[in-house]
Design a protein around this ligand. Structure first.
Ligand SMILES: [Fe+2]
Length: 198
């Protein structure tokens, strides 16, 4: 079972799977070269085996406090907050949000492939805890926002690169390595905006 987000693979999914609209979304957002993602093609979303241990490794990147769901909602919030005063930053934050949405989708698919349930929840002290809006920062100062985002992107890159070396599943390693490249693009863009704010 595999999935290449760069290709429209409607024919490989039946309508019951509900994935057709996502494939159309990917084709629409990412078929053109974008300033918000690395140019390199995405590896297929595939796993070597249904491995519960790897599932536990993947879950924190899906909907835990520092996961992709938090990233995409955090950037959306910031996009709205700075829109009136800093339209270019606002536009770029939405561009980044769309790429984080793609990452979120990839992790959701991986959770399924590894035999899990992609609920918006995470483990805290061994208890299932729902993801919630208080996991975001509601900071409104653009400089403070950017400093926080830059740290978050840097942490994510380090963590994805570490995963790409530690995991034994070559498909997962390739995905983590590729996603780190997108986060690198985001990091550079955020740094550029921080410099411009002076
Ligand atoms: Fe991401």
């Amino acid at each position: 079972m595999n999935y290449d987000p760069r290709k429209n693979q409607r024919s490989s999914h039946n309508s019951k799977g509900g994935t057709a609209y996502l494939n159309e979304y990917h084709a629409m957002q990412f078929s053109e070269k974008t300033a918000y993602a690395c140019d390199a093609p995405y590896p297929p979303v595939q796993v070597a085996e249904r491995n519960p241990r790897n599932l536990q490794y993947i879950l924190p990147y899906f909907a835990a406090p520092h996961g992709e769901f938090t990233a995409l909602t955090q950037y959306s919030y910031q996009h709205w907050i700075v829109d009136a005063k800093l339209p270019e930053l606002s536009r770029d934050l939405m561009g980044i949000t769309k790429v984080e949405m793609l990452h979120f989708d990839i992790f959701g698919r991986l959770v399924i492939l590894l035999g899990g349930d992609p609920k918006c929840a995470y483990l805290r002290n061994n208890r299932a805890t729902p993801w919630n809006g208080f996991l975001l920062s509601y900071q409104k100062d653009p400089k403070q926002m950017l400093l926080m985002d830059i740290k978050a992107e840097q942490d994510t890159i380090n963590s994805y690169l570490r995963m790409s070396q530690e995991l034994k599943d070559p498909y997962l390693c390739a995905i983590f390595k590729r996603l780190a490249l997108d986060e690198e693009v985001h990091l550079n863009l955020l740094r550029k905006h921080l410099n411009e704010l002076g």
